[in-house]
Design a protein around this ligand. Structure first.
Ligand SMILES: Nc1nc2c(ncn2[C@@H]2O[C@H](COP(=O)(O)OP(=O)(O)OP(=O)(O)O)[C@@H](O)[C@H]2O)c(=O)[nH]1
Ligand SMILES: C[S@@+](CC[C@H](N)C(=O)[O-])C[C@H]1O[C@@H](n2cnc3c(N)ncnc32)[C@H](O)[C@@H]1O
Ligand code: SF4
Ligand code: SF4
Length: 338
């Protein structure tokens, strides 16, 4: 890597003055679930030949660390369906404490029972696991797979391995809506945080995603009928705002891209499993890192490509939820890992 640049000049700052220190790296677009709000049942996945190799993903991560990225979240698709995933975590994890402050994952938990301990051994300290319901029938309907027990075993294994667990729950009108207070109470009882997320209009799914859009302020009203919420100054470097719940002693995060925009404090970019950098989750501005990675002068070209990304990063997303409206982006969340 180009190790001669000084700390002062190598950091990534976009044209709105936002310092970019966080990378979401999607290691695959494939998944062992089919969440109805994320992808259609018959999802078309990328040919394997287009996906970056472990060595390429590792070199990409190092190039970002060299430009001041201090936190990396591995995601997908489902990151743990990638067979060489633990090797990748180990390879990137070797930079923890040496430019990298945090290496984390967002996962559906399906394969955590077997892999949680190895992740912890490689330096992962906390993990975000998606769970929308504790009802097996609704889980099967929402994910199109009857696998709730497997995910619950994965969550338990993560805790046993000493990982700090945060559950991600997409709030869905008429689906998990009525169950959210019980889910929060259960999670806090297990010692886990929960973050509630508004559905975002990315990629076509079977049916109209907007039918189940539920604004988070409506969920907060519902939660406040049972719990006492107090705003917290806790921050993770992610988009959530946090609240402490007096009755459970647990923490609740709210991710509100539609009802309370957080783009002004954006600190992140994302890269797909094919090496396309997307400057914004909601935008189409992209920079091809794979070409740079595969060129002869890859260190210099990668670094230049990251500067280009800073120039094209937009100020904000323009998501809107209107009944029957087309997705704001044709690209699915599973391409960029959310
Ligand atoms: N609009 C928007 N949504 C985001 C962004 N980053 C994450 N999300 C969404 O937030 C939800 C939770 O994301 P996670 O993968 O758990 O990441 P995180 O919340 O940043 O993680 P923490 O490090 O725990 O704060 C997902 O649905 C993501 O799509 C972002 O930059 N913009
Ligand atoms: C795309 S998934 C990738 C990682 C992993 N497969 C998982 O589900 O945790 C990352 C996060 O995006 C969320 N997500 C997927 N589609 C979404 C959408 N349309 N709107 C809001 N969140 C979404 C999921 O619930 C999950 O928490
Ligand atoms: S949200 Fe995650 S687990 Fe669900 S289909 Fe999308 S990538 Fe898979
Ligand atoms: S929507 Fe785009 S600008 Fe807004 S926080 Fe997410 S990545 Fe950043």
């Amino acid at each position: 890597m180009s190790g001669c640049s000084t700390m002062a000049d190598k950091g990534l700052v976009d044209s709105f003055g936002r310092r970019i220190t966080y990378l979401r790296l999607s290691v695959t677009d494939r998944c062992d679930l089919r969440c109805t709000y994320c992808m259609p049942e018959k999802m078309r996945f990328l040919p394997r030949s287009e996906v970056l190799s472990l060595e390429e993903l590792h070199r990409l991560a190092l190039a970002f660390i060299d430009r001041g990225i201090t936190r990396i979240r591995l995601t997908g698709g489902e990151p743990l369906v990638r067979r060489d995933m633990l090797d990748l975590v180990k390879a990137i994890g070797a930079r923890l404490g040496d430019g990298l402050d945090e290496l984390t994952l967002t996962t559906n938990g399906m394969q955590l029972a077997d892999k949680a301990q190895a992740l912890a051994d490689a330096g992962v300290r906390r993990i975000n696991i998606s769970l929308d319901t504790l009802d097996p029938a609704l889980f099967a309907r929402l994910t199109r797979r009857d696998s709730l027990p497997q995910v619950l075993s994965g969550i338990a294994a993560a805790r046993e391995a000493g990982l700090k667990v945060k559950l991600n729950t997409v709030a869905l009108k008429g689906l998990n809506e009525a169950q959210i207070p019980d889910l929060v109470a259960w999670a806090h009882g297990e010692g886990h945080e929960v973050t509630l997320i508004e559905t975002m209009p990315l990629g076509e799914v079977d049916g109209d995603r907007t039918d189940h859009y539920l604004p988070i302020p409506a969920v907060v009203d519902q939660l406040e009928r049972r719990f006492t919420l107090a705003a917290s100054d806790h921050r993770t470097g992610g988009p959530a705002r946090y609240y402490d719940i007096a009755e459970t002693g647990g923490r609740l995060g709210l991710i509100t891209p539609l009802t309370n925009n957080f783009c002004a404090t954006c600190n992140r970019v994302r890269v797909t499993a094919t090496g396309q950098l997307f400057a914004c989750l909601g935008g189409s501005e992209q920079v091809d890192l794979r070409a740079a990675l595969r060129s002869e002068d890859s260190d210099a070209l990668l670094s230049r490509a990251l500067d280009t990304a800073m120039q094209v990063k937009p100020e904000r997303h323009h998501f809107a939820i209107a009944e029957g409206s087309a997705p704001a982006q044709p690209r699915h969340m599973s391409m960029t890992g959310g």
